[in-house]
Design a protein around this ligand. Structure first.
Ligand code: ADP
Ligand code: MG
Length: 243
């Protein structure tokens, strides 16, 4: 079976700053892997290396068997299979929710307007904001905006989804709606690599939890172990601060 994501000995330097110091992570199709760890530990950089938003310095990153660091790779083709959701929702402010979910379908997948609208409405419904399809981002709560951003990613029919702290910019009372959407996606079998500080979500939804600190993976295992019974002092110390 081809791994959904296979990362081997990944290093990333920014100048003299070695931010990733030999990372190995594998995600199987249908798995949910949560990445936790302190600020600055390299979690976002790791995620961004998967779709080459950052160019790895050394090591291998394979997505569905394709080595994304191969200079001959068609990275746009690889990215078409990967949905990404950021902490900041990055919706187009001058477009409605519906238009935001249609635009990449039309431009990248060359779907016709009608087909794009059908898919957009399906996905806005799925994330629970179909009643907001004519609203502009500024008229939506953060939680609604993030759900539109998830719908936009899903409308591209990705095989896997990367989430980088999708609830970190939200007011606490809006976090649950977004996590519920992500939980539903996980239950439907979506392959997900999720950077999060939501330990409840990681514990309940993740197949594996990866704890990163200082550019290395300190622990990688089932949530009951990494969160419930961590083996390393660094993990325990981090968890005592966030739980
Ligand atoms: P995390 O997501 O775990 O908070 P990041 O991956 O964002 O960590 O950052 C890890 C380190 O890499 C930080 O020291 C950060 O300053 C540095 N870094 C991240 N992106 C860049 C960049 N584009 N240029 C230079 N340094 C960066
Ligand atoms: Mg980050």
């Amino acid at each position: 079976m081809t791994h959904a994501i296979e990362i081997k000995d990944l290093h990333k330097h920014f100048g003299d700053n070695e931010v990733l110091k030999g990372i190995d992570v594998t995600v199987e199709p249908g798995q949910v892997v949560c990445v936790i760890g302190p600020s600055g530990s390299g979690k976002s950089t790791l995620l961004r290396c998967v779709n080459l938003l950052e160019q790895p310095t050394r090591g291998q990153v394979r997505v569905q068997g394709v080595d994304v660091t191969d200079p001959d790779v068609d990275i746009d083709a690889v990215r078409r299979h990967i949905g990404m959701v950021f902490q900041q929702f990055n919706l187009f402010p001058h477009m409605t929710a519906l238009q935001n979910v249609m635009i990449a379908q039309q431009r990248v997948l060359r779907r016709g307007k009608r087909a794009a609208e059908v898919v957009a409405r399906e996905n806005l419904d799925k994330v629970g904001v179909i009643d907001k399809c004519d609203a502009f981002p500024a008229q939506l709560s953060g939680g609604q905006q993030q759900r539109v951003a998830i719908a936009r990613a899903l409308a591209m029919n990705p095989d896997l989804m990367l989430f980088d702290e999708p609830t970190s910019a939200l007011d606490p009372e809006l976090v649950g709606d977004v996590l519920a959407v992500m939980r539903k996606l996980a239950e439907e079998g979506m392959t997900m690599l999720v950077v999060t500080h939501e330990m409840g979500f990681a514990r309940e939804v993740a197949d594996r939890v990866v704890f990163m600190d200082g550019g290395v993976i300190v622990e990688d295992g089932p949530p009951a172990q990494v969160i419930g019974d961590p083996r390393h002092e660094r993990t325990r110390s981090f968890l005592s601060r966030v739980l």
